[in-house]
Design a protein around this ligand. Structure first.
Ligand SMILES: Cc1cc2nc3c(=O)[nH]c(=O)nc-3n(C[C@H](O)[C@H](O)[C@H](O)COP(=O)(O)OP(=O)(O)OC[C@H]3O[C@@H](n4cnc5c(N)ncnc54)[C@H](O)[C@@H]3O)c2cc1C
Length: 591
């Protein structure tokens, strides 16, 4: 059976030791009250909640899935009650705006909470994840009237939110969407069209569902410049602000899918539904990006969380399962065989999983810190720098966490041998649940394009330059630390490699319009491996002084990362250098 315990010690290490988050929070007035004691206690409570409330529903939720009948969607047994408890205990308000009932917790803490949620029950975690993104978007772009009417109910968990972008003929290319918004005399809009694949579009866990919908006015300019954003509730609020008349929006069906079966993925039909504009006319995509950027990091963390859950179960199994003998002689002479954790190849899998999970956790906390700076810093220059960092690293976090998360869940399944393929063990569920994270919220190919195109070649490499300067500065300051013995040179070489690859990408982009699209994935992967190397170096500097099991394990895992995983970047740099020629020269009808 799969097991899961929130990795509290590692989370505290990252937050408190590596990033000294308390020090940062104390300098940011809106969150200056958040102390280390408070954040440790919050993580502990969150851990108990996910372990006791959500994880026990994970397997059964997968077996049962969601149900659809006459437009009504029912979530798996236990989800509704669990959501009620989850909301009553305030988890739905975690990092919401306190002006409207949110708890205003730092993002650097929230990312660790989100990881636990996805480890314990990814299907369940998606419902609050969509609501959180919707509240961020409304808080940033909606009128005061809309904020007053909707945010308190969304933070309290009475209502939930969705993100309605995708249509049958368009997913990546939202510029061609067809959903229409017709202005009404009372200032509202009539929304008509069909959205597909809408996570949490309809379900039974809340009293009202608030859809954030992209649509076009009749006279809108073509393409993405003509998209506006609307708030469309399932029930129109009555005079007291409670769910009143049913609006013209309903689920037409739910999808039957490979994984995340407890998450309702709905076709949503909007039939002259009443909606209200959020933000300016024709600025809908820019507004929606507030939600999409939140979701991108959150979905990245889905990959990370599932990788961690898979790792913990794989270690547990590797200690118990006995097969064969250790190459150095029997480790369990009284038993018929040794536990498989003695074998090098099993250790290769476990160490790979562990090194990728811990590197990813550090990067998610780093991005969380940048988001705290963007939101709360009073220093304009610090806010700008952090915003550049978030822009650069969001696609990396989304794609690299989920690609590595998928690799990790497959390795965890492999550790179980044939049992990994059998449903009751739960390991194949982690693989299936993780697979979608590479596809939705913009495929990983599109994330790579965002990085290599918008964030690198289209701004002349400035974001990368500033990021690499931060890494080099850190190396200058910390390079002589004992914890870096043996990894200093590979780290410097990796940073140089990323710089050369960035220059190569910029050069190729100038020569060949296909270059960026053809090499973006290799570039993003290289970026991810180098960034993890820096974060591993930071962790090693902090762990080196510790004379305990945690410190020893951290140092060995760090060395493994540098010796066995970082070298993947060398091949990626060579692939990138080869350019687009072979890829683009085969005629489409010869494939
Ligand atoms: C379970 C599930 C839940 C979802 N939840 C939501 C939700 O809540 N809200 C919502 O709005 N949507 C949701 N989606 C939709 C999801 O975001 C899209 O499926 C995804 O963005 C890809 O769009 P598409 O399926 O239309 O693929 P397409 O856009 O048709 O892409 C097909 C392939 O072509 C590639 N491609 C396309 N354009 C380019 C390009 N310019 N350069 C290089 N490669 C390209 C893609 O990377 C992909 O590999 C969900 C989907 C699923 C399956």
């Amino acid at each position: 059976m799969a097991i899961y315990k929130a990795p509290l010690e590692d989370m505290r290490f990252v937050l408190n030791d590596v990033f000294q988050a308390e020090h940062l929070w104390s300098s940011l007035p809106p969150i200056s009250e958040v102390t280390r004691d408070l954040s440790d206690a919050v993580l502990e409570e969150a851990g108990k909640m996910v372990e006791n409330l959500l994880f026990p529903l994970n397997r059964d939720g997968d077996e049962e899935g969601c149900h659809f009948e006459d437009g009504v969607v029912t979530t798996p047994k236990g989800f509704k009650d669990a959501f009620k408890t989850y909301a009553e205990n305030g988890w739905t308000a975690f990092s919401g705006n306190p002006e409207f009932g949110g708890q205003g917790m730092p993002k650097s803490l929230a990312v660790l909470f989100e990881e636990m949620m996805h480890s314990a029950n990814s299907s369940f975690a998606l419902y609050p994840a969509l609501t959180n993104g919707a509240t961020l978007c409304l808080d940033a772009h909606a009128s005061d009237e809309l904020k007053q009417a909707y945010l308190p109910k969304l933070y309290s968990g009475e209502w939930a939110g969705t993100m309605c972008l995708t249509e049958p003929h368009c997913g990546t290319d939202l510029g061609i969407l067809r959903t229409k918004a017709v202005p009404q005399d009372d200032g509202s809009y009539q929304i008509s069209g069909t959205k597909i694949f809408i996570t949490g579009g309809e379900h039974d866990m809340v009293d009202n569902i608030i859809h954030l919908v992209l649509a076009k006015l009749p006279d809108a300019p073509a393409g993405s410049k003509g998209i506006s954003l609307f708030l469309v509730p399932k029930f129109l609020p009555d005079a007291e602000g409670n769910p009143g008349e049913r609006n013209g929006v309903a689920a037409g069906s739910i999808e039957h899918k490979m994984g995340i079966k407890g998450s309702a993925t709905c076709v949503m039909n909007f039939d002259s539904a009443k909606g209200w504009l959020v933000g300016e006319i024709n600025q809908g995509l820019a507004c929606m990006f507030t939600m999409m950027n939140y979701e991108r990091l959150s979905i990245g963390i889905q990959g990370l969380g599932l990788g961690e859950a898979s790792y913990q179960s794989a270690v547990d199994y590797a200690r118990e399962r006995i097969q064969g003998r250790a190459a150095t002689g029997a480790a369990n002479p009284d038993g018929a065989a040794d536990p498989i954790i003695v074998h090098g190849d099993v250790r290769r899998m476990l160490m790979t999983m562990r090194a990728l999970n811990e590197g990813g956790r550090a990067l998610s906390a780093y991005v969380g810190i940048q988001l705290d700076l963007v939101k709360f810093s009073e220093d304009e220059e610090a806010r700008r720098k952090a915003a550049d960092r978030v822009a650069l690293l969001t696609p990396v976090a989304k794609a690299f966490f989920t690609d590595r998360g998928f690799e990790t869940t497959v390795l965890g399944q492999q550790v179980f041998g044939g049992h990994g393929y059998i449903r009751e063990w739960g390991m194949e569920q982690f693989v299936r649940d993780c697979r979608i994270s590479q596809i939705y919220e913009g495929t990983n190919g599109i994330q790579a394009l965002d990085l290599a195109g918008r964030k690198v070649t289209r701004n002349g490499g400035r974001y990368v330059e500033s990021f690499l300067a931060e890494v080099r500065h850190w190396i200058e300051e910390n390079g002589q630390e004992a914890g870096l013995d043996g990894v200093r040179e590979p780290l410097v070489a990796a940073v140089d490699r990323l710089q050369v690859a960035t220059e190569e990408l910029l050069r190729q982009a100038g020569d060949n319009p296909d270059a960026v699209n053809a090499s973006a994935v290799e570039y993003l992967d290289l970026f991810g491996y180098v960034t993890y190397a820096w974060l591993w170096a930071m962790m090693m500097v902090n762990a080196a002084g510790r004379d305990d099991d945690f410190g020893r394990a951290k140092m060995i895992t760090g060395r493994f990362y540098f010796e066995r995983l970082l070298p993947r970047g060398e091949a990626l740099a060579r692939q990138l250098k080869a350019g687009a020629e072979t890829m683009m020269s085969l005629d489409a009808d010869l494939f």
